[in-house]
Design a protein around this ligand. Structure first.
Ligand code: FDA
Length: 392
């Protein structure tokens, strides 16, 4: 026989945004998750050290159909607010680079902190629990949940959907949030993998493992970070960042000498090392394997003394404006985030509530707000979770 429980708030998903909403939702809140442990993505994030926020958080570091939607929530719960919480829990941290804050120790400290705070706020956590169905009538929501073969009907005044996106299905991503949105007539912007390696079948396998600082750009801002050649294509932070702005069939542009010093250095080498081969001199500025591969595709005849100013400028230009059309991406299997999602047109930017469905909220990655690499996505999870949690 099914049992029946009345609660204030049912939160679907015990990841970053769901746990954060639970902390602020007050008592009589139930958080369910089908995984065995809460916050699994937090645990593996930032190479196991969780890049939990970014002090440079600004609206332009996020993608979505409405570039203004996320401003309100991000202004009301800032990186400094989260840092304050981290410090109150005695979790040691450091800034790695570009405003990215990481734990000194294990990312599981962040999960433990969130679970402790949610329990202290009166929330109950039910793991290995799945949602069988959810409906709504004038009295509120009716959800049937199942744990260990036992079904229970939950009556809740409010439901917060925090089940994340589609990235890394192996870790429990299901796309449930999009199905719930569609069930309640809420538009979903087409989803695609973001912060994801770009594939170039057979093209760069000989360069696998080569890394260098570049400026990479798709149809968005340029990112000055590292590029990594892999067996299957291009990765590294610069490429992951650019990938969120890339669409099938479009080219990406890579500046292999972004410090702007290469032409000057080659002219100086023409004076001092005129007898050296161009490839030898180039290899003093770029990884030798990359130079050899480049020379195989763009012959670099003669030695340095043979190079005219025009030839040097043309070489630098080709290295600084390398245009490539990726075959595709590695997909949700490795994507750090999911672009697109629940349409922000349908949500209140103050509370994350669905405008047309009283009591229904969407937070975190399932919403059409996606951050850059570097702690921005967790900051969105905290800020949107806070907005909904304080509103329910
Ligand atoms: P999240 O995915 O965290 O949580 C969703 C929860 O819902 C999960 O616990 C899942 O089990 C549950 N769920 C899903 N479907 C369900 C269903 N049908 N029934 C019940 N439960 C269900 N970001 C960042 O800012 N800094 C970083 O260092 C990193 N690093 C990083 C590394 C890797 C490898 C990945 C894949 C991602 C990152 N990210 C990141 C991104 C970050 O992890 C992501 O943006 C947040 O976890 C999103 O938080 P949510 O709570 O929205 O979803």
């Amino acid at each position: 026989m099914e049992s029946l429980r009345h609660i204030n708030t049912l939160i679907l998903g015990a990841g970053a945004a769901g746990l954060f909403a639970a902390i602020h939702a007050g008592g009589n809140t139930l958080v369910i998750d089908h995984a065995r442990n809460p916050g699994e993505k937090i645990r593996i994030s930032g190479g196991g050290r969780c890049n939990f926020t970014n002090t440079r958080t600004a609206p332009e570091c996020f993608l979505g159909a409405n570039p203004h939607f996320h401003k309100s929530a991000l202004a009301r719960y800032t990186p400094w607010d989260f840092l304050d919480l981290v410090q109150r829990h005695g979790i040691a941290w450091h800034e790695k680079t570009l405003g990215q804050l990481f734990c000194d120790g294990r990312a599981t400290q962040i999960v433990a902190m969130l679970v402790e705070e949610a329990r202290a706020a009166g929330a109950t956590l039910s793991l290995e629990t799945s949602l069988v169905k959810i409906d709504r009538d004038e009295s509120g929501f009716h959800a049937v949940i199942e744990r260990g073969g036992r079904r229970e009907t939950i009556r809740a005044a409010r439901v917060v959907v925090a089940t994340g996106g589609k990235s890394i299905p192996k870790m429990g991503a299901t796309g449930l949030a999009y199905r719930i949105a569609e069930q309640f007539g809420i538009a979903v912007i087409e989803t695609r993998p973001g912060l994801v390696p770009l594939t170039f079948p057979d093209r760069f396998s000989g360069l696998s493992g080569v890394a260098l600082p570049v400026r990479a750009q798709a149809q968005g801002p340029a990112f000055d970070e590292a590029l990594l050649f892999t067996h299957r294509g291009l990765s590294g932070p610069a490429i992951l960042q650019a990938s969120s702005y890339w669409r099938e069939g479009e080219e990406i542009r890579i500046d292999l000498a972004p410090d702007g010093q290469l032409a000057e250095a080659l002219r100086a080498a023409r004076r001092s090392d005129g007898r050296k081969a161009v490839t030898t001199v180039l290899a003093q500025h770029l990884p030798a394997r990359l130079v050899n591969a480049w020379a195989a595709e763009h012959p670099l005849p003669g030695n340095m003394a043979d190079q005219s100013d025009r030839a040097i400028d043309a070489l630098c230009e080709s290295l600084r404006d390398w245009r490539l059309v990726p075959a595709g991406t590695e997909g949700y299997r490795t994507a750090e985030v999911t672009l697109g999602g629940v349409s922000t047109d349908a949500l209140s930017s103050k509370t994350m509530a669905a405008k047309a469905v009283p009591g229904l909220y969407f937070v975190g990655e399932c919403v059409d707000v996606t951050g850059w690499l570097g702690g921005y996505n967790f900051q969105w999870a905290w800020a949107s979770g806070f907005a909904a949690g304080t509103a329910v």
